[in-house]
Design a protein around this ligand. Sequence first.
Ligand code: EPU
Length: 346
Amino acid sequence: MLVEKNVPLQLYNTFHIVAKAFSLVRIRSVADLLQIVADPRLAAEPKFVLGGGSNIVLTGDVRPLVLKVEVMGKRLVRETAKGFVVEAGAGENWHELVAWTLQQGCPGLENLAMVPGTVGGSPVQNIGAYGIELQDRFESLDAVDLATGHTFTLDAAQCGFGYRDSVFKHAPAAPGGFGLKDRVMITQVRFFLPKPWKPVLGYAELEKKMVEHGVRNPSPEQIFDWVCAIRGAKLPDPGLLGNAGSFFKNPTVTPEQCADIIQREPKIVHYPLADGAVKLAAGWLIDACGWKGKGVGNAGVYERQALVLINRGQATGGEVMTLAKAIQTSVYERFGIMLEPEPVVV
Ligand code: EPU
């Protein structure tokens, strides 16, 4: 096992923020992790698990021992009359997994094409796009307890999935109980892709594509291509312009709060949810406050989607967070809503 020192992290976070890890170990198997747990010096160190780096803001060099997840592999575990179970190593690239499942004839993840990040990050964030959340296609995952080296399996209920939320984002002492933040490393994730495949087309942008292409019954591959085109048109490619996807969660309010806001802001974008609450579009709120194209230092608000903060050059994590706070303040002052950031601040 090699402990690398002073490792640049610029290429390991999609914001491309310049920072370094004082020490970093690449984890390619459970055996690599067990070596760390068995090493008295490394076992005692605080640890930070780094996946695709697509949902973090680095505000300085990282002192905890960085465990970079590089567990690879993709396989079809089983096929039954009800569906396919596919397993992938946590270090696999998410988009490549989606493309691979389609090539294998196992559709079901196509709406989640082009979500940046790795397989291991997908349950942490409960990634979601175009009407599908990871929890809708999740079977189970394997993880290793970083303190004991014990390997265990969690099903969907045990992962505590919520909107861009899971048990992996909560500290152990969080109110309401059980949290696994910084306590475990996810090594494998299994997905359940139900048969027969049914397209998920509720989103206006996908319906528009159907009309444009004159297609009434799209194939999984067509949906995949359309999602790639939609995302490509309005979200910046992290390879070209550093960003972490949506920077804030879409807030929910009560119908009464929503009615009150509509009186003042008749154009507000809102969607009623099944449980009676109303979801507001954070991107619209930020846009309405005039933030598109503005920024702090080298951190900016993307011109085509105000929910995405970007690194225009050499932005620091501090600049990104100063911008995020300024946006929160102006949205709060105008709408009385406090936006909650999605990425983890390190
Ligand atoms: N809008 C504006 N101005 C903006 C941005 C958005 O007016 O600058 C309006 C849009 O016109 C639209 C509404 O706000 O009416 C919602 O925008 P959009 O459809 O782009 O979706 P979103 O709510 O901003 C969410 C997810 C995305 C996901 C898309 C599609 C969150 C935080 N974000 O974005 O997920 O791709 O829906 O399903 O839930 C991510 O989490 O990183 C992410 C990209």
